[in-house]
Design a protein around this ligand. Structure first.
Ligand SMILES: NC(=O)c1ccc[n+]([C@@H]2O[C@H](COP(=O)([O-])OP(=O)(O)OC[C@H]3O[C@@H](n4cnc5c(N)ncnc54)[C@H](O)[C@@H]3O)[C@@H](O)[C@H]2O)c1
Ligand SMILES: O=C(O)C(=O)C[C@@H](O)[C@H](O)[C@H](O)COP(=O)(O)O
Ligand SMILES: [Zn+2]
Length: 355
């Protein structure tokens, strides 16, 4: 079992536990003081794992389950509203617990419900996707708006993160690919040899123990950054590497046809170009192409529309776009990039990527 604590100075501390088969031992790690529990999972995850979870928790009495449609489209005002209605109909009180069982979509949505229902109740993240090693830690919870990703949200930390790495075996290849978008990001932010290792990975053949090791490293890095800068005033911005373009692509495509992690890989390739890191950029481009990332999608998008979305990025100030760039692997910084430069680079990027 891998266990670490996330310490947010002056507010909260919580455990992240990662182990194969952890879902069968949840009773040991979920306090029995909660007055009732609502488990939220999407249909795919519920079909696979909801029974396991409810079986382990069946002695707890008041347990409710809510199954939501899979896909990024559910991280919406409509489903936020429906889930609040459901919380009210179950009479959840301030001692109730919400369990987010699923990937980052479920975690962000259920977490935002927990952050706002009765002005905030407890929730626990049970991540089930590789990508959710990132989303389950750090307390960012949100829903999307048609004008932009995660535009409505909060910082609300979970009571615990309980990651059963056995569950990532059932992920389809597309979702493994998506998860590795954030793994590549964490590697580039921290360690050249880790990046080199990932560039050797063939995601079709991904072995569970290697993925588990990668996500544990990612969680450690993320926790250490969030501990230094909970509300993204400084170093936490680095965790947005690749996201300025990624979010623009996701928004422009109306969420879902390209996954978050796929878009992040495209965004990181672009950020590496802007950073002048040609070697890493070319290696990532080849790796992404070999592993089936949908790079061609940028060819179909209008760079002016992408630029408009980028202006709504949360790092933008007074309409000026700020970008996470790298001096070298492990040395990120944030810099303002002029619109003309971005437009020019986007045009060039489209031509190079669809070649
Ligand atoms: N809060 C944060 O800090 C943060 C960080 C990164 C990403 N995010 C958000 O996370 C979301 C993406 O997360 P995601 O990629 O996990 O998406 P997701 O939750 O939509 O899951 C992706 C797909 O995988 C399926 N799935 C999940 N676990 C499975 C399993 N074990 N077996 C089989 N299928 C499984 C889901 O049903 C879904 O179809 C985006 O909304 C993104 O904005 C948030
Ligand atoms: O935790 C963070 O901080 C991140 O930026 C992690 C990102 O991977 C994640 O996608 C996050 O939700 C993006 O945040 P946003 O503030 O740009 O919406
Ligand atoms: Zn992300």
């Amino acid at each position: 079992m891998e266990r670490l604590q996330v310490n947010i100075p002056g507010t909260t501390a919580y455990d992240v536990m990662i182990a194969d088969g952890l879902r069968r031992e949840l009773n040991e790690y979920i306090a029995d003081s909660y007055s009732s529990i609502l488990i939220i999972a999407d249909r795919h995850v519920a079909d696979l794992y909801m029974d396991d979870i409810t079986n382990v928790l069946k002695t707890r009495g008041n347990i409710f389950c809510k199954v939501i449609p899979p896909g990024e489209g559910t991280k919406s005002m409509e489903w936020y509203d429906r889930l609040l209605d459901y919380c009210i109909s179950c009479n959840l009180d301030r001692k109730s617990l919400i369990i987010a069982l699923g990937g980052g979509m479920t975690g962000d949505l259920a977490g935002f419900v927990a952050a706002t229902y009765l002005r905030g109740i407890s929730y626990i993240q049970i991540p089930t996707s590789i990508l959710a090693h990132d989303s389950s830690v750090g307390g960012k919870v949100a829903i999307n708006h048609k004008a932009g990703k995660n535009l409505i949200g909060a910082f609300h930390h979970p009571d615990k993160v309980l990651f059963d790495t056995e569950m990532i075996d059932s992920l389809p290849l597309k979702e493994k690919r998506s998860g590795y978008g954030e793994v590549v990001k964490h590697a580039l932010l921290s360690d050249k040899s880790w990046f080199d290792e990932i560039m050797e990975r063939e995601l079709k053949e991904l072995e569970n123990h290697k993925a588990a090791r990668d996500l544990i490293r990612g969680v450690r890095l993320k926790a250490s950054i969030v501990e230094q800068d909970e509300k993204e005033a400084g170093v936490r911005k680095y965790l947005n590497l690749g996201h300025t373009l990624a979010h623009a692509i996701e928004t422009e495509l109306d969420y879902g046809s390209v996954t978050h992690g796929e878009a992040v890989v495209i965004g990181i390739i672009f950020a590496l170009s802007l950073s002048g890191m040609e070697e890493e950029r070319n290696r990532l481009l080849v790796w992404a192409d070999n592993n089936g990332y949908p790079l061609e999608v940028v060819g179909e998008l209008d760079e002016r529309k992408l630029l408009e979305h980028m202006k709504r990025d949360k790092k933008a100030e007074r309409g000026k776009i700020n970008y996470v760039l790298l001096q070298a692997v492990g040395s990120p910084y944030v810099s303002h990039v002029e619109e003309d430069e971005l437009l020019h680079a986007l045009k060039q990027f489209k031509n190079e990527v669809i070649e």
